[in-house]
Design a protein around this ligand. Structure first.
Ligand code: NAP
Ligand code: MG
Length: 498
């Protein structure tokens, strides 16, 4: 049986005049000035030290498969030392400082991040595979902005919680994923410190480098030892950290599966918990959607950061009257996306973060084909080494398809159609997740009406994937609970006394 795919033949050879119009000269970002080490240690009590076991693991560049550095792997003993150091720093130093003094340290960290942002962006791209234009122009400015934003709140907690007395919680265990390594570290560390807590952070195994450079920035900012500790390692390191008895607060961003494990592991304890988990967002195009902007929004919604975005607009719900037109325009636009060297400033789609992630994407794409959806995938030459997936979308998807239900976490969009707004809402909400959604229409009143019916923590209107430190972000249903960003992001780090 012929598979219903629309994979194209490779584009015309570069010498054809038509193809030449689209050939860009390479524009690689220079990585010469990056102070990357061959070996990285754990950051505990203000100092870098090897793992107690002496174990190390390699972190690789997913665009080349080259080892970037050997990184110390924290075990249970290191978790013990890091939590002890965070406890000591909390009791002896950090909780005794005034809000203004805590804010001063956070402002200092924010400024150092800005000064070193070019270097941090390159490291982020090398370690994780995302295009340099994203790490440089999106991630790093947001990282600095989060530290600036929460630095501003540190001495104004009485205004953040008017009429209430609040107190910090103590030691926060924070576990983060690989899709926005430094940004997730900022989302976690900045509000925790502003509210007066100390931190032990476990970055993801495939992207530990920028968190360790942030540790160096904490040293440069002369942050008191133990206020921030960084423990690279595997899932077991994270499990040992969240289970540690002297931890008061657990903040986790990652998969729903691990989120549930953590919930079970700390059930019955007095630990506070926030979970930022997976998503399967619906991006809804109503009949009157402004199509030029919408196509760009759809592309940004699903192909940004290779679709490694929890809130990615991975399901596109289109009114049936404009379905054909939208598919035609999308097909044309997707062909122009450039896949390749993430350090090249012309690259739109970089490397998939790891081999297991690429295999997961491929398996789900195959399931879509097997279940009868039509795959649209432009031909593009992919580099030989590294992990790559071309941008793709499926038409003819129904809600029962796996690609309409499961998180692909790659550059693959599933298109469904609807006839009435009630049907669009029902389809959008027909998922176990509830992180985000998008609405495209010229009518403001429709936006408010539909947003109130969507079971999603974040709803964008006529735009997609916009973030701001002042704006809370978080999910409903199996996308987790608690908010990060804004005033809401401070609340999980304080206890309200009266
Ligand atoms: P993951 O497997 O859940 O890993 C997340 C982090 O948890 C990593 O640091 C991981 O360590 C660690 N970990 C693994 N098992 C653990 C355990 N039993 N106890 C404690 N920690 C453990 O997620 P992922 O595949 O790396 O990340 C992708 C997922 O994150 C997607 O589902 C995405 O939607 C979600 N995400 C959500 C948000 C949000 O804000 N809602 C943001 C970004 C990503 P290792 O790296 O060593 O495995
Ligand atoms: Mg890596």
């Amino acid at each position: 049986m012929a598979t219903r795919t629309k994979r194209e033949k490779p584009a015309a050879a570069p010498e054809s005049p038509r193809a030449q119009r689209f050939v860009y000269a390479p524009a690689p970002e220079s990585a010469d000035h990056v102070r990357r080490l061959e070996r990285y240690d754990l950051f505990v009590d203000g100092k870098f030290r090897p793992a107690s076991s002496g174990k190390r693991f390699a972190t690789v560049n997913p665009a080349t498969e080259e080892t970037l550095a050997e990184v110390a792997e924290a075990g249970a003993k290191d978790v013990e030392l890091a939590v002890q150091s965070a406890r000591k720093a909390y009791e002896k130093t950090w909780s005794k400082l005034s809000g203004a003094e805590r804010g001063r340290y956070l402002f200092r960290i924010a400024r150092l991040i800005q000064e070193q942002s070019r270097e941090l962006a390159i490291l982020e791209t090398q370690d994780g595979g995302k295009p340099i234009v994203e790490s440089r122009d999106v991630d790093l400015p947001l990282v600095a902005a989060h530290f600036f934003y929460y630095a501003g709140w540190a001495d104004k907690l009485e205004h953040a919680f008017p009429g209430r007395r609040v107190r910090s919680l103590g030691v926060a265990a924070q576990v983060i994923p690989w899709n926005f390594p430094l940004l997730m570290a900022a989302w976690k560390i900045a509000p925790a410190l502003a509210a007066g807590n100390t931190v032990v952070l476990k970055p993801a195994e495939t992207t530990p480098l920028t968190a360790l450079h942030l540790a160096r920035i904490c040293q440069e900012a002369e942050l008191p030892p133990g206020v921030v500790n960084v423990l690279p390692g595997a899932g077991e390191t994270g499990a040992a950290l969240v289970a540690h008895k002297d931890v008061n607060k657990v903040a986790f961003t990652g998969s729903t599966e691990v989120g549930k494990q953590i919930q079970r592991a700390i059930a019955g304890s007095s630990k506070r918990l926030t979970l930022e988990l997976g998503g399967k967002a619906a991006n809804i195009l109503l009949e009157d959607a402004p199509l030029d902007q919408a196509i760009e929004g759809i592309v940004n919604g699903i192909y940004f950061n290779q679709g490694h975005v929890c809130c990615a607009g991975s399901r596109l719900l289109v009114h049936e009257s404009i379905l054909e037109e939208v598919q035609r325009r999308l097909e044309r636009r997707v062909k122009t996306l450039r896949v390749g060297d993430p350090l090249d400033k012309n690259t739109d789609i970089g490397a998939i973060n790891s081999k297991p992630q690429l295999e997961k994407i491929r398996a789900l794409v195959q399931s879509g084909v097997d279940e009868g959806a039509v795959l649209h995938q432009p031909a593009c030459e992919l580099p030989r080494a590294g992990y790559w997936h071309p941008p793709a979308f499926f038409s003819g998807v129904t809600t029962s398809h796996r690609i309409a239900q499961e998180e692909i976490f790659g550059p693959v969009l599933a298109i469904l159609s609807f006839r009435t707004e009630a049907e669009a809402i029902a389809k959008a909400n027909n998922t176990t997740y509830g992180l985000s959604a998008g609405i495209w229409t010229r009518k403001g009143s429709k936006v408010f009406e539909m947003a109130s019916k969507l079971r999603a923590g974040v709803v964008w209107a006529n735009t997609y994937n916009r973030f701001d430190p002042a704006s809370p972000f978080g999910g409903m249903k199996e996308s987790g609970f608690g908010r990060e960003g804004g005033l809401h992001g401070l609340a999980p780090y304080v206890e309200v006394l009266s």
